[in-house]
Structure formats: structure tokens, C-alpha cells
Design a protein around this ligand. Structure first.
Ligand code: DP6
Length: 325
């Protein structure tokens, strides 16, 4: 039995498309920032008397299709460890599920760590990230804190598609404000959405190719603590990804009126000299990156947005860890 904690991350350079769906290898690398305030806590108990894996998420027992995804993921860990026992998993998030707040990133990171540590697998963080990646691409990045890159790799077996730390959570204590505009479940999950985009969008290959070029620029901007560059590249990657999503057939529109209201408010703030940048994932929530001194101006601007339901005030957070009892 073991319990692990992981925090979600949001991507500065987005991952949206796979080179190999079965091995869940991304088509291009991505760069993210792990967030401190949001937490997934997962306890796993392998038990020889259990006939099948059972999973509880936020107090509710999981059913298909999510249960099947979780069971195949546990099969993968069992295979690596030579383990045959089934498991009971109890997991809870302190934030909304499946609404574009990256619950799968912290979910699969916490589960990978809890499961491997319960079984007694001794893995490096890099090895752990490749297992987490099989659950969800973004989860590989939540193994580490701070700024993290998930490398696409070149190998056909995906083994070199691994997360690597760029700078830890203390390196650059920026502010992250997450504006929630809806608590509804997203209509198209990330996996289906990115597969639809890669199969139907005429912009998909340009999206993948240009993302490869954005990666070294973002890495350099983070290392130089060049906030303007990080912010501009982050917004560009976000809008470019949403451009590819919009051009899928049928088009994927993850934004709502509240999302657009916030985008306008952030652009207005910049015109007034307050430097802040937005990014949006596969949902209507908006993540805003700013320096601490700009946070009051951003909060005031969000206060003026009629469709903001909640604001999460966060900082860069640590990587996944095991809770010792
Ligand atoms: C828009 O990691 O959830 O948040 O690997 O299919 O589980 P799967 O996808 P997932 O996709 C995340 C997409 C994104 C961008 C990002 O986090 O890079």
C-alpha cells in the first residue's frame, strides 16, 4: 500500500497530437509549469484477494470507459513489476475534474508513483515519467516540479519519450492565476480531441512542425528568466493549438464566452502596461501568468469579468512525492 501526491501542470508549449497512440508517444515535445495549489492524492492497495481492480475518484466508484483505461494502465505497471495482484485505488482532487484543469496530469502522475512504490519498483524520476506518459502524456511532466519538458524522442518503442526538468519550482516564483469559467465536464476529452485534430485538420502538420521549433526558444527564455518572451511564446502556442482544434472536422471549440472575456481583459491590461499572459487548454478555463507585482492588477481585471466563477491563486509547485505515514 502507498499514497502519493501530485500536482497538475499546464503547458507553456502545448502537446496536442500523438506519434504513436498505443504507446502514447507525443508527436512533438512540450514544456510545462507544475502548479502548487491543486493537488491529487492517490492511495493504492494491492491485494491478493481482489478479483478485479476497483477505483474511487472523489468518493465515486469509477465505471467504464474510465475504469478500463485505469485497469489497462495498472496492467502496464504490473507487467513491468511482474506483479499479478489486483488493486484498490482511492484518489481525490481538490479541483474540478475534466474541465481543462489538467486533472489527468496529476491523476496519472500520482497513480504511477503510488503504484510503483507500493509494488516496490525502484525507478528513477525519468523512468517513472515514461510510465506516467502511458497513462496521459501531460502526466509525465507532473513527475517533476517547476518548468519541465516532455521530450518526444526518436525511438519506435517510445522509451526515450521522457520528461526532463528545466528549472525547479523555486527558480522563478511567478504567479499563476487560474480563472474558472465553467464547472461542466468537457464534451471532447483530450485524447479524442487530439486524434480528431491529427486526422482531419489541414493545419496539423504545420502545428507539429512549428511546435518543434518553439521548444528551444521557450527553454532558452525560461533559463534567461525572460518573462516577455515566455509569455509571448506561451500565448502563441496556445492560440496556434486552438487554431488547429478549430480547423478539425467537426471543429473543436473549447472556449466559452467567459474565456473570450478574459482574453480581452488580459490584452487590455497589457495596453495599460501590466504584463500578464494567458493560456488555455482543452476546456474553457484560463491560466494567467504574471509577476507578483502585477497580480493585484490582474485580480482587479478578473473581478471586472462577469463570467469568472472562481479564481485559483497559485505558484509553481513541486513534483510528485510519496506520503510517508
Ligand atoms: C491541451 O495529456 O490529457 O492539456 O495523453 O491523450 O491523455 P493524453 O492527453 P493529455 O493532453 C493534454 C492536452 C493539453 C495540452 C498540454 O497539456 O500539453
Amino acid at each position: 500500500m502507498a499514497t502519493a501526491i501530485a500536482h497538475p501542470n499546464f503547458a507553456l508549449i502545448k502537446y496536442w497530437g500523438k506519434a504513436d497512440s498505443r504507446l502514447n508517444v507525443p508527436a512533438a515535445g512540450s514544456i510545462s509549469l507544475t502548479v502548487d495549489k491543486l493537488t491529487t492524492k492517490t492511495t493504492i492497495n494491492f491485494n491478493a484477494h481482489l478479483k478485479a481492480d476497483a477505483v474511487w475518484l472523489n468518493g465515486k466508484q469509477l465505471e467504464n470507459p474510465e475504469l478500463t483505461r485505469l485497469r489497462s494502465f495498472l496492467d502496464l505497471i504490473r507487467e513491468v513489476a511482474g506483479e499479478s495482484r489486483r488493486a484498490e485505488v482511492v484518489s481525490s482532487n481538490n479541483f474540478p475534474n475534466a474541465a481543462g484543469v489538467a486533472s489527468s496530469s496529476s491523476g496519472f502522475a500520482a497513480l504511477s508513483l503510488a503504484a510503483s512504490s507500493a509494488i516496490g519498483l525502484r525507478l528513477t524520476s525519468g523512468e517513472l515519467s515514461t510510465i506516467a506518459r502511458r497513462g496521459s502524456g501531460s502526466a509525465a511532466r507532473s513527475i517533476y516540479g517547476g518548468f519541465v519538458e516532455l521530450v518526444a524522442g526518436d525511438r519506435a518503442d517510445g522509451r526515450d519519450s521522457i520528461a526532463k526538468p528545466i528549472a525547479d519550482e523555486k527558480f522563478w516564483p511567478l504567479s499563476i492565476l487560474i480563472a474558472i469559467t465553467s464547472f461542466e465536464f468537457k464534451k471532447t476529452g483530450s485524447t479524442n480531441g487530439m486524434n480528431l485534430t491529427s486526422e482531419t485538420s489541414p493545419y496539423y502538420s504545420a502545428w507539429v512542425e512549428s511546435t518543434r521549433q518553439d521548444l528551444p526558444e521557450m527553454r532558452a527564455a525560461i533559463e534567461a528568466r525572460n518573462f516577455t518572451k515566455v509569455g509571448e511564446l506561451m500565448e502563441h502556442s496556445c492560440l496556434k493549438m486552438h487554431g488547429a482544434m478549430l480547423s478539425a472536422r467537426p471543429g473543436l471549440i473549447y472556449w466559452n464566452a467567459g474565456t473570450l472575456e478574459i482574453i480581452e481583459a488580459i490584452k487590455d491590461l497589457r495596453k495599460q502596461g501590466h504584463e500578464a499572459y494567458f493560456t488555455i487548454d482543452a476546456g474553457p478555463q484560463v491560466k494567467i501568468l504574471c509577476r507578483d507585482l502585477t497580480k493585484p492588477a490582474v485580480l482587479e481585471a478578473l473581478d471586472g469579468c462577469s463570467k469568472v466563477a472562481e479564481i485559483i491563486d497559485a505558484k509553481p509547485g513541486p513534483g510528485a512525492f510519496v506520503l510517508e505515514d
